[in-house]
Write a protein that binds this ligand. Structure first.
Ligand code: FPP
Length: 231
């Protein structure tokens, strides 16, 4: 969800105003994804590197997540949306932790769409935490090193049970992964859109999905037609 700061700067507003407008784009995108039949929507709301931002901006982003859960949780639950949060929890304050757990608990049996919020998330950090937990399981004798494979490691990631993303949409014209879902994005399609996140709306979402739909995914294999032709 990139471009909040630039959106605000262009209007002579503080960066935090961009994040506030960004929450409206979150609401619109959640709705658009649900209507489009998306089963899993993951939003990168705060990265493990975002702690390097000015304290005022960090406080504002924490406040926006709290406000979002307080204001929108009942509606998301009514819409049968299941909320999951990925990312490290150690640095988060008690209030935010409580709200995240409440959102996950309340919606745990919902099934219309999974809304995954990546908060204090970094792909490398996730892999390191998973490796630690895996090593602990080996230490306790619950897992043999011979049985460590992609499947067993995946089960220790924050995203355990969540399918790998088909597509990652990055807004604002930046063309990088920025430590997002590093392990899970092995075969993901990337769609980069020039729109700044606060301006991202249903039509921008559908344009991105159309671009994804035009891609041919091969997962390291050759196209079916080439197999048929024997080429
Ligand atoms: C990146 O734009 C955006 C963020 C670091 C924060 C995104 C957070 C929200 C949209 C609101 C909270 C989320 C939820 C789920 C309620 P940037 O600030 O890096 O923009 P710039 O690249 O233009 O400076």
């Amino acid at each position: 969800m990139d471009g909040n700061g630039r959106w605000a700067k262009r209007r002579g507003l503080p960066r935090t105003m961009g994040h506030r407008k960004g929450v409206e784009a979150v609401r619109e995108t959640v709705q658009a994804a649900g209507e489009a039949g998306v089963r899993y929507l993951t939003l990168f709301a705060f990265s493990s590197e975002n702690w390097n931002r000015p304290e005022e901006e960090i406080t504002d982003l924490m406040g926006l997540l709290k406000l979002f859960i307080r204001r929108d949780l009942a509606e998301l639950h009514k819409e049968n949306i299941r909320i999951r949060v990925i990312g490290g929890r150690a640095r988060l304050d008690r209030e935010i932790l409580g709200l995240l757990v409440e959102a996950e608990e309340l919606t745990r049996n919902n099934s219309a769409m999974h809304l995954v919020i990546a908060f204090n998330y970094g792909g490398r950090d996730e892999i390191v935490r998973a490796a630690k937990r895996l090593a602990e399981a080996v230490g306790r004798g619950e897992l043999s090193p011979a049985n460590v494979n992609e499947h067993t490691l995946s089960a220790f990631l924050d995203t355990a049970g969540i399918p790998d993303p088909d597509v990652i949409i990055r807004t604002s014209g930046e063309q990088r992964l920025s430590n997002f879902l590093l392990w899970q994005a092995a075969y993901t399609e990337f769609v980069f859109v020039p729109v700044l996140w606060p301006d991202f709306d249903k039509s921008a979402f559908h344009r991105a999905l159309d671009e994804y739909a035009s891609r041919e995914r091969r997962f390291g294999a050759v196209p079916e037609r080439d197999v048929a032709l024997g080429s």
